[in-house]
Design a protein around this ligand. Structure first.
Ligand code: SF4
Length: 256
């Protein structure tokens, strides 16, 4: 699972929203996000039973994580300037992607977004991590909860049309390098969220994400076109016929 993918940790396709124009200022910072982890759900995700010796450590860690975690996101409401053969121009930025051109056909507005679980859980010295993976898994869960909260915010604030999101890095023709243009177009992401990028376009903190939220009636999720077939976060099966419809050929063996 790519770091920025919410995978099965959060809700990718969400209910109903109407993306009306002139409904908002074009940039929204959500820095007081309430996305607490649920102990039972976290234990299930980590395959830890209540009888396990580790359960008490987990319970303490979840409580502490909920005290310190500060997930946050920025949304930017932008124009779809042009859709062409295998590309889309959004907010003046051209993205060469057949998936995007296909999915945004007919859309006039979309949201850019950047989101992060932050590094507060990773850096907290009071969270005991005897297994060496607990903080990573908790941070991953925080990001999933933050995704669900961000989508709920959009749904609750702007109406009732179905929406979905796509993220760079998990789609065959929208790789991580697209983060540079996307994050640049959102602007202020480092200042507002503390997110930076390495030369490949991967975001730091590691459990951060970015992408586009768009109106969608089909129940689209990135996973349906992602060739990372053994990903533990996969939410829906790979859809080979849809892949062939968009890309004109069956996927090769190479993973994204
Ligand atoms: S299957 Fe692909 S899109 Fe889905 S969570 Fe895994 S890496 Fe992300």
């Amino acid at each position: 699972m790519h770091a920025g993918c919410p995978g099965n940790r959060g809700s990718g396709t969400v209910n109903r929203i109407r993306l009306t124009e002139n409904a908002m200022s074009d940039r929204i910072l959500i820095n007081d996000m309430k996305a607490p982890l649920d102990l039972k759900r976290t234990a299930e995700y980590m395959h830890i039973s209540e009888d396990s010796d580790f359960y008490d450590e987990l319970a303490e860690a979840v409580e502490k994580a909920n005290e310190v975690a500060r997930p946050r996101a920025v949304l930017k409401w932008v124009d779809v300037d042009e859709i062409g053969d295998g590309y889309a121009v959004l907010d003046g930025v051209r993205f060469d992607s057949r998936v995007m051109a296909d999915k945004l056909k007919g859309s006039r507005k979309v949201f850019f977004f950047a989101i992060t679980a932050g590094d507060e859980v990773q850096n907290d010295g009071d969270i005991e991590d005897s297994m060496g993976v607990l903080k990573d898994m908790l941070t991953s869960q925080v990001l999933g909860a933050a995704y669900a909260e961000m989508m709920k915010y959009v749904r609750d604030t702007f109406g009732n049309q179905k929406i979905a999101f796509m993220t760079p890095g998990s789609l065959p023709d929208w790789n991580m390098q697209n983060n540079f243009a996307l994050i640049g177009a959102i602007g202020g992401v480092k200042e507002d969220l503390g997110i930076t990028m390495n030369p490949t376009g991967a975001m730091i903190p590691f459990q951060s994400g970015s992408g586009i939220i768009f109106a969608d009636d089909t129940g689209y999720t990135n996973c349906s076109l992602c060739r990372n077939l053994d990903c533990i976060g996969r939410r829906v099966p790979f859809d080979e016929s849809e892949y062939i419809r968009i890309f004109g050929e069956a996927p090769g063996d190479q993973k994204v």
